[in-house]
Design a protein around this ligand. Structure first.
Ligand code: DMJ
Length: 820
């Protein structure tokens, strides 16, 4: 039986539907043996497994020798990070509770590595040294996933080893008691009107800490990533309070979903249940909420969590996912993208998709992530839709390796071993320092950051080690466990322990149809076949004229001299028409002018493609600007035009490209706004009151980007009575010709009722030049496609008139074979 098959066999204990889905994965993996990926030899795989082990020990020993009992190692200073002692990093430090977090988080990795002696030693240290009665405010979410999860998993494995390996007989459940105590210290956070826990709690004072008086906001993932640990805690201790609080929080969250879109926002008010941030994606702020819905079903067998997961999953696949790309939308306006970048936390998503049985999109998104990695060597903390670095940090996060591991287990495709090898080698080269592994503060410079988060030991190295291990290499059968979001192991047998809050009922929310939608739809799916078309997803759209390859009209760039030569060789002549500055050309093709018969035919094909392209552009294609460098239509925004009449007769119009915003009304169809243009004073338009507010009524205001949000500029212009707002870029030399256009994000509120568009500097410079020449210049803001349609209609009319005139002429004419 293949690896993936044994993975499935373990899951046969689970409710039938889940088993069925994973069985599909099993069938697929059998077929995967024919795939072309370079296989990795057993020898190399074993070497990489040992290298992962060494990486773990290099980091672990650095921590133990230089930082313990601190929560974290600072790998550049080579000392411990203590809360209240080490200079504060602000909110980020809420993760630290002076409870030796890295050691607790790492315990179960020691067991997976088969190092029972060190595990036993570490457990003794934890029991001896770790205490929780501190006047410290900690994050409920982080304390739960790292500390409660770490203690529970270590407890479970200690008992497992007692039975299986005949060791640690002195252990009497001390870590379970510690987990219970810590659980009690987190409980005051759950005393809210909604039952959704506060984000932070004081370990000693609960919510009575005066600093927590104003506590209101939490993130969806923060509140929705409790149930696995709390259910295990209740079932192991017999105290139902934890599980019932966690179920209540999940129920309350579920009620907050948008009833139209089935999406969730990312930040909410724990008392009122109002959404504070309505952005909805699968990355930061929401990631593990989805993970815990699905895994709660797997661990506890409660169908309602599967049904909820499926509802959200379908919504995510409908609105957030576009091919391999995942971009945030607004939960209440799901067709509007709210961000133009992706963050590294979303890299866990393909792993979750594998578990839920939806393999094809998992392969696709993983391939996109792999290309981001290949492009930048390390995956940045965030990257834009055109795969440029948005946030340059690299925190040694596990998510991409985690997904690589799950994809390998499900498919058996050695490609994933090669991916893992590349990730491992990058960490060795760019993150290894003499005292552990250091995060990178900017992958463009390679500069290190003085931090090594506990998840590096609990997750990153664990998943690397698991990826390169055969099941026979492992002391425990991981298929009998669920991995928490911090990669702690909770046994599937927990479901059998029962719980007073637990009910194995057939939920009315459950729908087989919902479930079926998550199954892979094809009977045979080869990951390689899915990946291959995406291989050049990031880089492949640059025009290439490799010898023998025909230049297609789609790839053609008039500014590329190779392209111009290729086109010429194909027998195509270009003739400028009209005003040269507008760059309009007319193409003529003649076999006679082609370099060879073959190139002549290529030229004909090129012309046909050009015709198709022009037709498409003049139709709907222009309605949505395909973001530069993409091959699929996954990242589109409505391209806007700022247009004006070039002459007094209003016959000739010029237009410049502009980007829309997510917070202002769309100009649908051929709707437009037109008005005299006026510059805001001050130009940044961030002050309470605009100096020239009195002259703005009914006009189109221009404000410069910077100092405050786009939406606050819009509110100010709107308040002054403006008809529309144009925001011009503050970076000189920027242009929509060289940069991807984007839609300006808002703050989730719907109060802006005037159209707002964005212009890059070079485009705006042209408009500005016009404004200087014609102080009362009036402009029209509309969809670019509508502007083009309007121009085409005018041109068609002119051509008809010219054709009629030509027909009337008797002069014989030599026509080009094809004209565009
Ligand atoms: C981990 O602490 C957990 O995986 C969590 O769910 C989110 N991310 C970090 C690692 O990136």
């Amino acid at each position: 039986m293949s690896t993936a098959c044994s993975f499935v066999a373990q899951r046969l204990l689970l409710p039938t539907l889940l088993s069925l889905v994973l069985l599909v994965v099993c069938v697929l993996s059998d077929d995967a043996s024919t795939m072309p990926t370079q296989n990795m030899s057993n020898k190399e795989r074993a070497e990489l497994r040992e290298e992962s082990r060494e990486m773990f020990y290099h980091a672990y020993q650095a921590y133990m020798q230089n930082a313990y009992p601190a929560d974290e190692l600072m790998p550049l200073s080579c000392k411990g990070r203590f809360r209240g002692v080490t200079p504060s990093r602000g909110d980020m430090d809420d993760i630290l509770g002076n409870f030796s977090m890295t050691l607790v988080d790492t315990l179960d990795t020691l067991v997976l590595l088969g190092d029972f002696a060190e595990f036993e030693h570490a457990v003794k240290l934890v029991i001896r040294d770790v205490q929780f009665d501190s006047d410290i405010i900690v994050s409920v979410f982080e304390t739960n996933i790292r500390m409660v999860g770490g203690l529970l998993s270590a407890h479970i494995l200690a008992e497992y080893l007692q039975k299986q390996a005949d060791v640690m007989h002195w252990y009497k459940g001390e870590m379970l008691e510690m987990a219970r105590e810590l659980g009690y210290r987190l409980l005051p956070a759950f005393n809210t009107t909604t039952g959704i826990p506060h984000a932070r709690v004081n370990l000693r004072l609960g919510m009575k800490d005066p600093q927590l008086k104003k506590s209101r906001e939490t993130c969806t993932a923060c509140a929705g990533t409790i149930l696995l640990e709390f259910a295990a805690l209740s079932r192991l201790t017999g105290d139902p309070i934890f599980e019932s609080r966690a179920h209540a929080a999940m129920d309350a969250l579920w009620k907050l979903r948008h009833r139209g879109s089935d999406l969730m926002g990312t930040v909410l008010n724990v008392h009122s249940g109002d959404w504070v941030r309505r952005d909805s994606g699968v990355g930061a702020g929401i990631d593990s909420y989805y993970e815990y819905l699905f895994k709660s079903y797997v661990l506890l067998g409660d169908d309602k969590y599967l049904a909820r997961f499926n509802r959200h999953y379908n919504a995510v696949m409908k609105y957030v996912s576009e091919g391999p790309v995942l971009l945030d939308v607004l939960m209440h306006r799901p067709h509007a993208k709210s961000r133009n970048f992706m963050d590294s936390l979303l890299a866990f998503w393909p792993g979750l998709q594998v578990l839920s049985g939806d393999l094809k999109p998992a392969v696709q998104t993983h391939e996109m992530l792999y290309q981001v990695m290949q492009m930048h060597t390390l995956i940045p903390e965030a990257w834009t839709v055109d795969f440029q670095i948005h946030w340059g940090q690299h925190h040694l996060r596990p998510e991409f390796i985690e997904s690589t591991y799950f994809l390998y287990r499900a498919t058996g495709d050695h490609h994933y071993l090669q991916v893992g090898k590349r990730a491992l080698k990058a960490l060795q080269k760019y993150a290894k320092v003499s005292c552990g592994y250091a995060a990178v503060s900017d992958i463009r410079t390679g500069k290190h950051d003085d931090r090594m988060d506990s998840f590096v030991l609990s997750e990153t190295f664990k998943y690397l080690y698991l990826l390169f291990s055969e099941p026979a290499d492992l002391i425990i059968n991981v298929d009998e466990f669920v991995f928490t979001t911090e990669a702690h192991l909770l046994p599937l047998s927990i479901a059998q322990l029962g719980n007073s809050t637990f009910n194995f009922r057939q939920s009315d929310e459950h729908s087989v149809l919902d479930f079926m939608r998550t199954c892979p739809s094809s009977n045979k799916l080869f990951p390689e076949k899915v990946r291959k078309p995406l291989r050049n997803f990031i880089t492949g759209s640059c025009p290439r004229t490799s010898s023998g390859k025909r230049l297609s009209a789609l790839d053609f760039q008039a500014s590329n001299s190779d392209h111009l030569r290729a086109v010429y060789d194909m027998g195509i002549t270009m003739v400028s028409v009209g005003d040269r500055s507008q760059g309009k050309v007319r193409l003529f093709h003649s076999f006679y002018n082609a370099k060879s018969q073959e190139e002549g035919e290529m030229g004909l094909q090129f012309m046909q493609e050009m015709l198709e392209l022009t037709k498409m552009q003049s139709m709907n294609q222009l309605a949505q600007l395909q973001v530069r460098n993409s091959q699929e239509s996954w990242a589109k925004i409505l391209l806007m035009a700022v247009a004006w009449a070039a002459d007094d007769k209003q016959e000739d119009w010029l237009a410049l490209m502009a980007g829309p915003s997510h917070f202002s009304p769309e100009l649908l169809g051929d709707k437009y706004v037109e008005g005299e243009i006026v510059l805001a004073q001050p130009l940044r338009a961030c002050d309470e009151q605009l100096e020239n507010a009195s002259v703005m009524s009914g006009k189109i205001v221009v404000a410069e980007r910077g100092d405050c949000t786009f939406v606050s500029k819009a509110r100010l212009a709107q308040k002054a009575g403006a008809k529309a707002l144009i925001v011009c870029d503050n970076v000189s030399g920027s242009s929509g010709e060289t940069q991807p256009m984007f839609a300006m994000s808002g703050d989730g509120n719907d109060d802006v009722s005037i159209p707002v568009v964005f212009m890059y500097s070079l485009e705006f410079a042209k408009l500005s030049a016009q404004m200087q020449r014609r102080p009362q210049l009036s402009v029209r803001i509309m969809q670019m496609v509508e502007f083009k349609r309007w121009q085409l209609a005018k041109e068609a009319h002119l051509n008809e008139t010219a054709a009629a005139a030509a027909a009337a002429s008797t002069m014989p004419k030599k026509k080009p074979e094809k004209e565009l």
